[in-house]
Design a protein around this ligand. Structure first.
Ligand SMILES: Cc1cc2nc3c(=O)[nH]c(=O)nc-3n(C[C@H](O)[C@H](O)[C@H](O)COP(=O)(O)OP(=O)(O)OC[C@H]3O[C@@H](n4cnc5c(N)ncnc54)[C@H](O)[C@@H]3O)c2cc1C
Length: 348
């Protein structure tokens, strides 16, 4: 019997595990992968993520994060740029997740796939590929991957990610809407770039589709050489999902299991990290799962709303987005409204 079983060692699960272990609590962090690896993500980290990482003893710049200073948006022959209204970095998920998982220390048990979780007596029984575990409380942090019995509702997007050589986005994150979806391109540590896209259906040649969406995309991707034979892909991403009230006692849902913010207009990693900090604070304050979920729903409401509006505008009116007169104010508006309130929920 362990006190807390945390299912999934992404940013959310690691943040919760680090804070609970720091408070001297008995934590088991179960992660199915045998080693850190790349996952589908635009790899954009802003000030909210940096603030949460600082609480966890990590620093995006020290991890090799490439500073990002500008936002570029292009559509057709239009293109425009704005100075980012806050500090931001491009950091590969391999590096970020490896650092967080290392910081989780001995709580982390790798190569263990969780198969199911069900209430039993006053606690929970968790079925895993390595046998069964009993826990007093469970923190569900399997992120993009649904655990059987804990569905999420919402529109299913497909996420694609590919690291590229021969591409130099400079100090900018480029938003590149194209027919069928939208993409983000930004530098990776050590050179090259990360191209990440959200689509409804995967185009036959998605690199060509992104390049075909704008002159800027075509220019940036002209000499692109994929580092991997195939892009990483994840299906059924329920953008806009927000966990409703209720749920079984003793089961806390965090990260993408609690809310899924649309990519490129909101920051899922920041939300995941802050939800991990917030759940640890809630548990240490003896708040129950229903109380935590209600508080998290309130705290994430404004960022979720504005990110959804930004993503809708990017899809519905990409030409307007790529207009010089609108991008600066729009970027500031969405960026301002999608910030989490850093001072709340950290529990310090
Ligand atoms: C296309 C796209 C682009 C994005 N771009 C950005 C961006 O630029 N910036 C940003 O901040 N956010 C971005 N996001 C969102 C971000 O990736 C997520 O919000 C964030 O990763 C959520 O963290 P998490 O810890 O909840 O889940 P995850 O990062 O998904 O981690 C979950 C962990 O659980 C493990 N796991 C899953 N199932 C099991 C199981 N059954 N048993 C054991 N372990 C399991 C996984 O291996 C993984 O390690 C993007 C998302 C998409 C889809």
């Amino acid at each position: 019997m362990t006190e807390f079983a945390i299912l999934g060692a992404g940013p959310a699960g690691c943040a919760a595990a680090i804070m609970l272990a720091r408070a001297g609590r008995d934590v088991l962090l179960l992660e199915r992968t045998a080693a850190p690896r790349e996952v589908v993500c635009g790899e954009f980290l802003g000030v909210d993520a940096a603030a949460a990482l600082a609480v966890l003893g990590l620093d995006a710049a020290a991890l090799g994060g490439v500073p990002l200073r500008r936002l570029r948006v292009a559509h057709g022959t239009r293109e425009t740029a704005a100075v980012l209204p806050f500090a931001a970095w491009g950091l590969s998920r391999l590096r970020l997740d490896a650092a967080l998982q290392a910081a989780a220390g001995p709580a982390l048990h790798r190569g263990v796939t969780v198969l199911g979780a069900a209430p039993e007596g006053a606690g929970w029984r968790i079925r895993t590929s390595a046998g069964e575990v009993a826990a007093r409380q469970v923190i569900l942090a399997t992120g993009k991957h649904a655990l059987r019995g804990f569905p999420r509702t919402g529109a299913g997007w497909i996420g694609l990610k590919l690291h590229l050589d021969g591409v130099d986005p400079g100090d900018a994150v480029a938003l590149l809407p194209f027919v069928g979806g939208y993409a983000g391109l930004q530098p990776t540590p050590g050179g090259g770039a990360n191209l990440c896209a959200a689509v409804r259906a995967v185009p036959e040649d998605w690199l060509a589709a992104v390049a075909g969406g704008s002159a800027l995309g075509a220019r940036l991707l002209r000499d692109a050489r994929p580092r991997w034979t195939r892009p990483l892909a994840v299906a059924g991403v329920p953008y806009g999902f927000r966990l409703g009230p209720g749920g079984p006692p003793g089961l806390f849902r965090i990260g993408d299991q609690a809310s899924v913010i649309p990519s490129f207009t909101g920051e899922g990693v920041a939300l995941a990290l802050h939800s991990g900090l917030a759940v640890a604070a809630a548990i240490l304050a003896e708040q129950d799962a229903a109380g935590f979920h209600a508080a998290w729903r309130r705290r994430s409401a404004v960022p979720m709303h504005w990110a959804a509006a930004g993503a809708w505008a990017l899809r519905a009116a990409p030409a307007g987005f790529a207009a010089a007169a609108t991008i600066g104010p729009l970027a500031r508006l969405v960026a301002g409204r999608t910030r989490l309130d850093i001072s709340r929920g950290i529990g310090l």
